[in-house]
Design a protein around this ligand. Structure first.
Ligand code: SF4
Length: 499
């Protein structure tokens, strides 16, 4: 039986601890008492936070004439006191990062905008491009505290980036860059759910131990939980979640049958689709599956075969004229070229970071890909980027679109249809597939090992404060990484054709 601490003093809640508690009570508990068990914030997460901070600052300009409560999270009491003192100052049109406390919950509101009749509109800024379901409780807890603190609340808004805004260059048109949506009704409706949710969270926080909650879909939905590694340390070697496209229903049935590891699934277990059956068989028998039919698919390749990969970066606030928020801007490509005589050559392009990379990238790409030969890619990512380049660069449009006419071959669905290896662990990403099928080649010797790190490296190259030496180092690392991706495809195809 669980030990309850009778009068345990529990920490005050915040907007983020409330949303953490909604995701999983164990997460709330661990964040409250065992933060040391959380994974440290990595570079990619930090970059997201930085982008969010920049978007937040720009959104304030939609509500000018305000004052910023710039007390950090360690000084929220001061923010609450300063906010209280300023609420009556009608010369202020808005308060940014205002602090409030009610019912032992403390919140900071992105923008509190003075509205008619002594009311204040609540505006939450999100760096994404739309309103998501999880934004509603996030705003609802702010409204709950605001009202409890005696503020006459007006409407509730969510400001987010407008994915259709095309930056014309020069200054940003903030009314176009942002969309501000009225979510008052949904946030109001959610108010009824807050008291029972708070009760449940406080009960959990009074316990001596963290709630006994099994890992599941909630570990990554709606947010990646920072305690993922901690909670999954006793996970089986081949968890059933590795079954490709496993539905919630299937996972529940497996759980009900006491099955946690794919190897425990009996051969006649109903409800597995053919791909899931194949995965189960490979894992149980500890062997790779390569369908001989894969050769027929690959024998239609036209030489010279180009193995193509792009690297891109996606600034939240568009950087170049003609781009949109989060548009993936290609800055690098690698092309391994396999001739009919078996000779392999390599071409590559990496922009120097000065200005918009798209035009020089497109020109060099067209020169290298020429007019004939298959272009092998891994996923639909390259096709999407080529279409965007064709849309954005009219003078190259015809030639770019011609690349897509019968030349593109996507290796990813071919592998998904015909291959599996227990070491894929449910993933068909190049990083998972390569070392399993081509054991002498992986990414372990590289400084950059994924697209996100590549994107961050390029942002560092662009940054004016980066030294020349560092720039040169980053260029070398990027060239090695992108080149490895296309070399990986060459070796995978060689392996599959040998079968
Ligand atoms: S990893 Fe999953 S089970 Fe563990 S605290 Fe996070 S959401 Fe809860």
């Amino acid at each position: 039986m669980k030990k309850r601490i009778g009068y345990r003093r529990i920490p005050k809640l915040s907007k983020s601890s409330f949303t953490a508690g909604l995701q999983c009570l164990k997460r709330l508990y661990l964040e409250s008492y065992h933060r040391d068990l959380a994974a440290p914030i990595d570079e990619a997460q930090q970059a997201l936070f930085d982008a969010g901070a920049l978007v937040g600052e720009m959104a304030r300009q939609l509500y000018p004439g305000g004052i910023l409560m710039d007390h950090d999270y360690l000084h929220i009491d001061e923010a609450v006191a300063s906010t209280k003192a300023l609420l009556g100052d009608t010369s202020l049109a808005a308060i940014y990062e205002a602090g409030f406390e009610f019912d032992d919950i403390r919140v900071r509101t992105d923008i509190l905008a003075r509205a008619k009749g002594g009311r204040f509109d609540l505006v939450e800024v999100k760096s994404g491009t739309g309103v998501k379901e999880e934004h509603i409780p996030d705003l609802a807890i702010q409204l709950y505290v605001l009202r409890g603190a005696g503020v006459r609340a007006g409407r509730t808004w969510l400001a987010h980036l407008n994915k259709d805004y095309v930056y014309p260059g020069g200054g940003y048109d903030l009314d176009q860059l942002f969309k501000v949506e009225d979510v008052s009704k949904r946030v109001q409706e959610y108010q009824a759910e807050i008291p029972p949710a708070l009760r449940q969270m406080r009960l959990a926080l009074r316990e001596a131990d963290a709630p006994d909650i099994e890992p599941g879909r909630q570990c990554s939905v709606p947010y990646d939980c920072p305690f993922f590694d901690f909670c999954h340390q006793d996970a089986p070697e081949y968890p059933v979640s590795e079954l490709p496209r496993a539905t919630e229903r299937l996972l529940m049935r497996l759980k009900a049958a006491g099955i946690r590891d794919i190897r425990e699934i009996a051969p006649g277990f109903s409800g597995l689709n053919p791909l899931q059956k194949r995965v189960r068989d490979c894992v149980v028998e500890g062997r790779a599956y390569i369908d001989p039919a894969v050769r027929a698919e690959l024998q239609g390749l036209v030489y010279p075969v180009h193995f193509l990969d792009f690297e891109t970066f996606s600034p939240a606030i568009p950087r170049y004229a003609g781009t949109r928020p989060y548009q993936a801007v290609p800055f690098q490509w690698s092309d391994h070229i396999l001739g009919a005589d078996g000779k392999l050559t390599h071409e590559e392009f990496l922009h120097d970071g000065k200005g918009d990379p798209r035009e020089p990238l497109a020109r060099s790409l067209l020169e290298t890909l020429g007019a004939g030969g298959s272009i092998m890619v891994y996923s639909g990512f390259e096709e999407a980027r080529i279409r965007e380049l064709a849309r954005d660069l009219p003078r190259f449009s015809k030639d770019l679109l011609a690349l897509l006419e019968g030349r593109l071959v996507d290796l990813l669905p071919i592998l998904q249809r015909h291959c599996y290896h227990p070491d894929f662990h449910g993933s068909f990403s190049l990083k998972a597939v390569l070392p399993a099928l081509v054991p002498d080649l992986d990414y372990d010797d590289l400084a950059i090992t994924d697209g996100q790190a590549a994107s961050l490296a390029y942002e560092e190259i662009i940054y004016e404060g980066t030294t020349d030496d560092r720039r040169e180092q980053l260029r070398e690392e990027l060239l090695r990484y992108c080149g490895r991706d296309t070399e990986a495809m060459v070796r995978l195809v060689e392996t599959l054709l040998r079968r």
